[in-house]
Design a protein around this ligand. Structure first.
Ligand code: FAD
Length: 446
């Protein structure tokens, strides 16, 4: 049955709603178009109504209205996700949480925040006390903490603290349900994994307790190398240099550095570049390591001059963004290479694909080991060829988190998370939350 959206909005009383079709269409989209596959699949998808609550009580009221009218609900933070996570496949309500953005308290090493708080805004409050969020996507300035937890994986800081899924990187959540009588559930400890990285398919996160790391005086450095594999080995060694405090180790094979217009003076032609954020106090030992690997420091900014994330905005998926600004036909992959200090599989892939798959690596800590994650840039030809490239990696033991699907499991570990599915059955019995995104649920209800 068709919903009368004007009547629905009236039911919501004083809660802010947006009905203007242009605004609604805009707030229904994210960065899905980085993938030519998702672009085709999701271009025409849009919600019917945007609702912007300011309190948890208002969220509960929206949840009640959605359940009563059996209306789909898709939660939205800043809409910077790049797999179409926040795009409603079946219309309905877009629940924009950016107005719920308070930092409720900060203790040594821990903060309690509302989901719409932007990551950079959280740091502005915690840094004067010596703390900062442990890891952030390169969309740090705009992305919300709720969206990062529900839709992201890790980023700048992951070389030290691992990924969001690692135990200890998320302490507690408050979640609003879409049951007949919506309520708030508190999750602590391992129970948070039921909702962590579930694309908002099984509860509306209304509050989070997140751990903090020490806010060092971060310096930004660019180091260049004659060849890509030396740059990668340098990155691997820096990541496992326990005495040097690193926050970002981002390696780019030529010609990727040529896409970074604003950094050109520090990026000589034909050279591979390593973009680094390290504690300013570690610049001297870093210099020794650079010398050992025959690299050249072409730019260095102390903590007072670096704006926190300036260099970061060329790394992680911002690399893809800059490359696509130059050549919109480029797309990307997300690869986790197995732990191997000799980087053999990486070297094989680098030589095998040549310029069709340009190497961009972000080093991260995985269960105590430093490994390169690839966000390689791909010269897209056909969907079949893209599948072939993915399969070639998988067959040789490189794990691919496919960024060309908006389905949770297909983009992640390819298996249904029983805990998340069971939690969905409990809190979203009518399957109203972000429908079409959780494969386990769709298969169960077929
Ligand atoms: P949104 O895109 O609004 O939402 C993401 C998902 O979370 C959606 O499924 C949404 O329904 C759900 N959601 C949002 N809020 C809630 C809530 N309160 N309760 C329940 N569900 C919710 N990601 C990384 O992990 N690392 C990176 O380094 C990184 N770099 C990027 C660079 C670029 C250029 C771009 C375009 C994207 C990048 N991303 C990265 C993806 C994305 O920016 C981040 O994951 C970001 O943290 C998402 O936050 P958001 O507020 O924009 O979330």
């Amino acid at each position: 049955t068709a919903i009368n959206w004007d009547a629905f909005a009236t039911e919501l009383g004083d809660i802010e709603t947006i009905r203007d079709p242009i605004q609604v269409a805009k707030l229904s989209k994210d960065y899905y178009y980085f993938s030519p596959i998702l672009k085709t699949a999701l271009d025409d998808k849009t919600g019917d109504l945007v609702v912007r609550p300011k309190t948890e009580a208002e969220v509960l009221q929206v949840a009640r209205a959605c359940v009563a009218n059996r209306v789909p609900l898709t939660v939205r933070g800043a809409g910077t996700g790049n797999y179409g996570q926040a795009i409603p496949l079946e219309g309905g309500v877009i629940l924009d949480l950016t107005a719920m953005n308070a930092v409720k308290w900060v203790k040594p090493g821990l903060a309690c925040v509302e989901p719409g708080a932007r990551l950079a805004a959280i740091d502005r409050i915690t840094r004067p006390q010596g703390w900062e969020i442990r890891m952030a996507p390169s969309t740090y300035r705009t992305a919300t903490i709720g969206g990062f937890i529900a839709g992201g994986s890790g980023g700048i800081g992951s070389v030290r603290y691992g990924q969001l899924r690692d135990r200890g990187n998320l302490h507690a959540l408050r979640v609003v349900t879409l049951e007949d009588e919506p309520r708030v559930i508190e999750l602590r400890g391992d129970a948070v994994q039921q909702v962590n990285h579930a694309y908002g398919t099984n509860g509306i996160i209304t509050e989070l307790e997140i751990p903090l790391g020490a806010a060092y005086p971060w310096a930004e450095v660019i180091v260049t190398f004659e060849d890509f594999m030396t740059a990668s080995r340098f990155g691997q060694r820096l990541g496992s240099s326990d005495g040097i405090i690193s926050k970002l180790i981002s390696v780019h094979a030529w010609p990727i550095p040529s896409y970074f217009a604003a950094l050109q003076t520090a990026l000589p032609a034909e050279q591979s570049a390593v973009l680094l954020i390290v504690s300013e106090s570690c610049l001297e030992p870093l210099g020794e390591l650079v010398k050992e690997f025959g690299g050249t420091i072409t730019a260095e900014k102390g903590a007072a001059d670096s704006k926190g994330s300036a260099l970061g905005e060329f790394t992680w998926n911002h690399t893809t963004l800059h490359a696509r600004n130059v050549d919109p036909s480029l797309t990307y992959l997300q690869t986790l290479f197995p732990y191997d200090p000799e980087l053999k599989l990486l070297e094989e892939m680098y030589h095998h694909f040549g310029n069709e798959v340009m190497m961009h690596l972000e080093f991260l800590r995985v269960q105590g080991n430093i490994v390169p994650a690839g966000l390689q840039l791909v010269r897209f030809s056909t969907p079949e060829r893209l599948d072939e490239i993915i399969r070639y990696h998988e067959d040789r033991g490189a794990f691919i988190a496919n960024p060309h699907t908006c389905i949770l499991e297909d983009g992640g570990r390819k298996r249904v998370d029983r805990g998340q599915l069971a939690f969905k059955a409990k809190v979203d019995p009518y399957g109203l939350m972000n429908p079409g995104k959780m494969r386990g649920w769709m298969e169960g209800s077929e």
